[in-house]
Write a protein that binds this ligand. Structure first.
Ligand code: UDX
Length: 468
């Protein structure tokens, strides 16, 4: 087994790349991070470094590493430097969604050929290229083919390398905790050597040999992580299958919520009753306005696309996406039912981010809901505790307010889309005050944040999702 600390590089200083690099440095390895966007690189190389993404704890960790161990945690734009000085590279570049749902692997291909160029030029042998970006199954094979072609083109086919897959399972807002205390570490490798190398990368983490601690105490639910070694294809599939399964759980409970609404049942009780069976589990059974974010919508579409391409159209996944889209239309229908025409009505949207504790608007259901409201000529006022800027197409059409109360002033309805603690913490007095300022007192609680009876007693006309 190679001795620790290891010399590693991370290619791409986005969410996954920065978290991976900082956490691996924190457990003792030496890291070089390659970023080719000059603005981002400049921010990271400032003193103190400026982390250009929102992730609790990351700025502090990056600052600490740069201050205490500047030689062991560096940012550069040179893949050549990284390949020369390290033994493995984690590829963490973006895999955006292409036009028909497929993952766009342009950046992965570019990185693979740059690494091959660098291996040839710097005469490296046995380098390990590890995919960490979420990629469709068999991307590892494509990386190998691209690299072999580049090496052959330079008459350097004798240069050896290995490809591995090590999918990440980080959720935004809890990414550091997810990294340090994973449920599992999955590595897909081509050889025993690759497996041993990756085991030693994660050894300090699996043995909990690090100082980092999450804010507060650790809940009991952090058993020791399992280190699972598979072939490359299986590891790639574990990522797509896991995200799709979680998205399936959400669409499933949203569909159940719609049956609840039509039958007088309460989806919160149904979810609780289902979740008590450990074979089902209680998590990701929260009905609402549908899933958003950068991962679920894109990964489910990409998994559907690759399965069709492989000759097995996995249509259940198409259904997961359809239910998710329909869920947003159903929220608008609830508003229409309560307010009749939406034209010239004022809607206060509470919560814009795709989930609480982030400012991320990528795939946020709130944006689709707002666009639909604007199409129907409603007036929209929006408030989110973290979001300070709307996408360009909405900037002039939606008033962004400084508080939930201000958004609701003069409104005909509140549409709650993100379950921020700040909304849950509103007292009866505050809610009454908000209600006094409204024109009509409709509340569509698209995350079932409030207890329906509480809001009804306060005088609101309350509608949740799948609750009587
Ligand atoms: C997700 C996965 O959780 C993570 O493992 C993976 O690596 C990346 O994708 P993330 O997108 O950050 O992480 O957010 P997550 O907390 O999973 O929520 C995704 C969406 O599902 C949010 O819009 C959320 O509101 C919605 N959701 C989640 C529900 O509607 N109901 C639920 O019960 C859970």
């Amino acid at each position: 087994m190679p001795p620790t600390p290891l010399n590693l590089s991370v290619i791409g200083a986005g969410h996954v790349g920065l978290v991976t690099a900082a956490c691996l440095a924190e457990v003792g390895h030496r890291l070089i991070v390659i970023e080719n966007d000059p603005v981002r690189l400049d921010l990271l190389n400032q003193d103190p470094p400026q982390v250009p993404i929102y992730e609790p704890g990351l700025q502090e960790l990056v600052e600490k590493l740069r201050a205490d161990r500047p030689e062991d945690f560096r940012f550069t734009d040179s893949i050549f430097e990284a390949v020369e000085e390290t033994d493995a590279a984690f590829v963490c570049v973006g895999t955006p969604q292409g036009e028909s749902g497929e993952a766009d692997l342009f950046y992965v291909e570019k990185v693979a050929s740059s690494i091959a160029e660098a291996l040839a030029e710097r005469n490296r042998q046995g380098y390990l290229v590890i995919e960490k970006s979420t990629v469709p199954v068999r991307t590892g094979q494509s990386i190998r083919r691209v690299m072999e072609r580049v090496l052959a083109g330079r008459n350097r086919s004798e240069v050896s390398f290995e490809v591995a897959s090590n999918p990440e399972f980080l959720a935004e807002g809890t990414a550091l905790r997810d990294f340090f205390y994973p449920y599992r570490v999955v590595v897909g490798v081509e050889s025993e050597r690759g497996g041993e190398f990756l085991r030693s990368v994660y050894q300090p983490l699996l043995q909990r040999k690090f100082d980092w601690a999450p804010p507060g105490s650790l809940p009991d639910e952090f058993p020791e992580a399992e280190f699972l070694e598979t072939d490359v294809q299986s590891a790639e599939l574990i990522k797509h299958a896991s995200n799709s399964f979680l998205a399936l759980k959400i669409s499933f409970i949203n569909a159940v919520a719609n049956v609840c609404e039509r039958s007088g049942a309460d989806v919160r009780e149904v979810a609780r009753g289902m979740g008590l069976d450990p074979r089902i589990g209680p998590r990701f059974l929260h009905a609402g306005a549908g899933f958003g974010g950068y991962c679920f919508p894109k990964d489910v579409a990409a998994f559907h696309h690759i399965s069709s391409e492989l000759g097995y159209p996995f249509d259940l996944l198409k259904n997961v996406l359809e239910i998710n889209e329909r869920q947003k239309q159903l929220v608008i229908e609830k508003l229409r039912k309560a307010l009749w025409n939406l034209k010239a009505k004022t809607i206060a949207v509470w919560g814009l981010a795709f989930k609480p504790n982030t400012e991320d608007l990528r795939g946020a259901p709130a944006l689709d809901l707002i666009r639909s409201l604007l199409d129907q000529e409603a007036e929209v006022r929006a408030y989110d505790p973290a979001v300070r800027k709307l996408p360009p197409d909405l900037q002039d059409r939606v008033a962004l307010t400084e508080s939930a109360e201000e958004a609701a002033r003069g409104a005909d309805a509140i549409l709650l889309v993100t379950e921020w603690d700040e909304f849950a913490a509103l007292s009866d007095e505050q809610l009454k005050e908000i209600q006094k300022g409204m024109n009509l007192t409709v509340v569509i609680d698209a995350r079932n944040l409030f207890e329906p009876s509480r809001l009804r007693v306060l005088g609101f006309e309350y509608y949740g999702i799948g609750v009587p």
